[in-house]
Ligand binder design. Structure first.
Ligand SMILES: [Fe+2]
Ligand SMILES: [Fe+2]
Length: 344
C-alpha cells in the first residue's frame, strides 16, 4: 500500500480547519493545517502535498492569491477553494485560475468528499496526460534525430561517390564542412542550420562528377573552352541537388551552384553580386579558397599561409564578402585548429 495522499488545509477559523481535517482523516487522508496563506506556502515548500483545500477569505493573502501562487510554484498540487459566500462569479474565477473544485460553507461532508475525490482523479489524469505528452515528444525527437542521421549518411555517400573522380581529397572536403560550420557558429546560427551547413558544404564540388575525365584530370593549363566546361560543375551540382524538400540538400544546392560567385559579381555561373549570393555559398567561397591554397595540389605546391592571407585580404570586397572575410581572419586560430585536427 502506498502512503495516503497528503492534504493541506488552510483556513483562518480553527474550528473549520479541525472539522475539515477530521472529515478528511475519516476518508483515509492525512492532513496538515495552516492558519493562513503564508504558513500554507511554507508547508508546501517543506512537504509534498497532493491537494490544498483553502478558504478564500483569510487575513493576509486571500485564497485566490494563494491559488495563483500554488499554480505557478507547485503546479502538481490540486486546489479546492472553500468560501462562506455563494458567489458564482468567485467560483468561476477560481476555476479559471486553475482550481479543481469549489465548496461552499456550510458544507456537506459528502459534498466535500466528492470534491476531493474528483480533484484527485482530475489531477491523476492531468499528470498522466502530461507524462504521455512528454513521452511522445521524446519519441518524436528521437525519430527526428534518426531521420537526420540517415539523411546525413546518404549525403556523405554521395560525396564519397564524387570523391572517386575528383582531384580534391577527402580531407579537403571534410575541412570545408568543418570550417563552414565554424563560420556559421561565429555568425550565431541555429544548431540545426550549423549542422546542415557542415554536411552541405562538403557537397560543394559534387557536380564535378559530371565533368569529363579528359578535362577534370588534365595535367597542366586548361584552354578557355576547357575552363568553361569545368565551370559547369556548379550547375551540374545544382541540377543533381535541385527540388529537394530536405533543408540540408536545399542548402547544398545553393552552395553547389554559387560557391564560385564573387562579391563583385565577376564570378560564375550567374554573375551574382553581394548579398544576392546565398550566405552559405559566400561562406564556402572564403574557406574553400583558403584551404585550396594552403594545401598542395597535383599541379602546384602549397602556398605559405602568410601569402594566402595577404592574397585573400586583397580580395576583400572583390572576391569575398568583406564582413565574412573579416570574421574569418579574426577567428583564424579556429580554422588553423581544424587544419591541425583533420590533417592533409
Ligand atoms: Fe568548385
Ligand atoms: Fe573545394
Amino acid at each position: 500500500m502506498s502512503a495516503p495522499p497528503k492534504i493541506l488545509v488552510a483556513d483562518d477559523e480553527p474550528h473549520i480547519r479541525e472539522l475539515l481535517a477530521r472529515c478528511l482523516e475519516t476518508e483515509g487522508y492525512s492532513c496538515s493545517l495552516a492558519p493562513d496563506a503564508q504558513r500554507a506556502l511554507q508547508l508546501l515548500e517543506e512537504h509534498d502535498y497532493t491537494l490544498l483545500i483553502s478558504d478564500i477569505n483569510m487575513p493576509g493573502l486571500s485564497g485566490m492569491e494563494l491559488l495563483q501562487e500554488v499554480r505557478s510554484r507547485h503546479p502538481d498540487v490540486a486546489v479546492i477553494l472553500v468560501t462562506g459566500v455563494d458567489d458564482r462569479k468567485t467560483a468561476i474565477r477560481a476555476l479559471q485560475l486553475g482550481a479543481f473544485g469549489y465548496v461552499i460553507k456550510p458544507f456537506d461532508l459528502n459534498e466535500l468528499a466528492i470534491n476531493v475525490a474528483n480533484a484527485f482523479e482530475r489531477r491523476r489524469l492531468t499528470l498522466l496526460s502530461r507524462a504521455t505528452q512528454e513521452r511522445l515528444e521524446a519519441e518524436v525527437r528521437k525519430r527526428t534525430e534518426e531521420i537526420r542521421q540517415r539523411e546525413e549518411e546518404v549525403a556523405l555517400r554521395l560525396v564519397a561517390a564524387a570523391e572517386y573522380r575528383d582531384t580534391d581529397t577527402g580531407a579537403h572536403i571534410r575541412r570545408i564542412g568543418l570550417y563552414s560550420a565554424a563560420m556559421a557558429e561565429i555568425l550565431d546560427w541555429e544548431p540545426r542550420a550549423i549542422d546542415d551547413l557542415r554536411v552541405s558544404a562538403m557537397m560543394h564540388d559534387i557536380g564535378k562528377i559530371g565533368v569529363p575525365d579528359s578535362i577534370l584530370l588534365k595535367p597542366g593549363r586548361l584552354t578557355e573552352d576547357e575552363f568553361a566546361v569545368i565551370q559547369q560543375h556548379t550547375t551540374i551540382g545544382a541540377n543533381i541537388l535541385e527540388n529537394s524538400s530536405i533543408p540540408m540538400l536545399q542548402m547544398a544546392q545553393e552552395i553547389a551552384k554559387s560557391h564560385h560567385e564573387r562579391w563583385d559579381g565577376a564570378g560564375y555561373p550567374e554573375s551574382l553580386a553581394g548579398p544576392s549570393i546565398p550566405l552559405s555559398a559566400r561562406i564556402v567561397a572564403v574557406v574553400d579558397v583558403y584551404d585550396a591554397l594552403v594545401h598542395e595540389r597535383v599541379y602546384r605546391p602549397a602556398v605559405p599561409e602568410e601569402e594566402v592571407l595577404d592574397l585573400m585580404a586583397s580580395e576583400r570586397g572583390n572576391h569575398f564578402d568583406p564582413q565574412l572575410l573579416d570574421l574569418f581572419l579574426e577567428n583564424l586560430s579556429t580554422f588553423r585548429e581544424i587544419r591541425q585536427t583533420v590533417g592533409s
